[in-house]
Design a protein around this ligand. Structure first.
Ligand SMILES: Nc1ncnc2c1ncn2[C@@H]1O[C@H](COP(=O)(O)OP(=O)(O)OP(=O)(O)O)[C@@H](O)[C@H]1O
Length: 271
């Protein structure tokens, strides 16, 4: 198993934001136990954009949910910002973007984005300031008074990103946020997300099924193999920070995409 980036980061002396060692998760179901994650070792460092890619059911969402303390591992250890996942959740260490935008239909966009701030007890003036700034950041300035159903799917997903960012967490966990969108909108949002990441330098863990999306966005790609979900390979994606959409036609991009595809195939054991 390769972890190309680790040596570089270890040399820089910065500790990992996420550190998983021998992580295991077995779901106890009515029928038979489901071994969702097996022996996951993974370090993710500050400012990285790491994608988790793998076949359906390989445990990508489960791994993200374990990091977010929404599932409990049955073995191994995990730290998030040097804390237990439980402590990190309570310290609001991360923002979470779900597959579906999951906005409340009866609240306006600004009220949806403000929800975490209300829960955290921010006063009204500060809430307005943060909501406006984050709607602006995701290109939704002027749409705060609309209701979710008045916005396109892509705009709703942007609003859910603004909601995840509004309290300025250093870590963003994103579970296939653009999976349900058409390709043109997805391309556009990929480019926007990359700009946003370059501007904010947040650490991002991003789940996707799409090889081009993973290569376009990531600094490293974690290729997972089918159940029980294991890390098959970690691939460095050193295309630099400046990535216009046309980069997807370049030999460097295609070479990395090819490596990811080969990794997925080898992990599957088709050959
Ligand atoms: N709460 C649960 N109880 C029992 N089994 C579960 C539970 N959550 C997930 N699983 C199982 O664990 C495995 C991993 O699921 P997970 O959703 O993490 O996969 P995934 O890689 O994200 O899949 P997809 O790409 O289809 O979203 C699957 O077999 C799934 O059915």
């Amino acid at each position: 198993m390769r972890q190309d980036g680790d040596a570089v980061h270890a040399a820089s002396g910065s500790g990992p934001v996420i550190e998983a060692r021998g992580l295991d998760l077995v779901f106890q179901t009515g029928d038979s136990p489901v071994h969702a994650l097996k022996d996951i070792d993974l370090d993710i460092f500050k400012g990285e954009f790491v994608s988790l890619i793998g076949p359906s059911g390989c445990g990508k969402t489960t791994l993200l949910r374990v990091i977010a303390d929404l599932e409990q591992p049955t073995g191994g250890s995990l730290s998030v910002n040097g804390m237990t996942p439980d402590a990190a959740r309570q310290a609001r260490a991360y923002g979470y973007v779900f597959q579906a935008a999951a906005l409340y239909p009866w609240r306006t966009i600004e009220k949806n984005v403000a929800l975490p701030l209300e829960i955290m007890g921010f006063d009204r003036a500060r809430r307005k300031q943060l909501v406006d700034a984050n709607l602006d950041l995701v290109g939704l300035a002027g749409f705060g008074r609309k209701f979710p159903w008045q916005l396109s799917g892509g705009m709703q997903q942007r609003a859910s990103i603004a909601r995840a960012l509004c309290f300025d967490p250093d870590l963003l966990l994103m579970d296939e946020p653009f999976g349900a969108l058409d390709e043109i909108v997805r391309d556009h949002l990929n480019a926007e997300l990359l700009k946003l990441w370059a501007k904010t330098r947040k650490t991002v863990v991003f789940v996707t099924h799409s090889i081009p999306e993973a290569v376009f966005l990531s600094t490293r790609i974690v290729v997972m193999s089918p159940r029980p979900g294991r890390i098959h390979e970690i691939i460095d994606c050193d295309l630099g920070p400046d990535r216009p959409l046309e980069i997807r036609e370049t030999p460097e991009f295609l070479a990395i995409a090819h490596r990811v595809r080969e990794g997925l195939r080898a992990g599957h054991g088709y050959d």
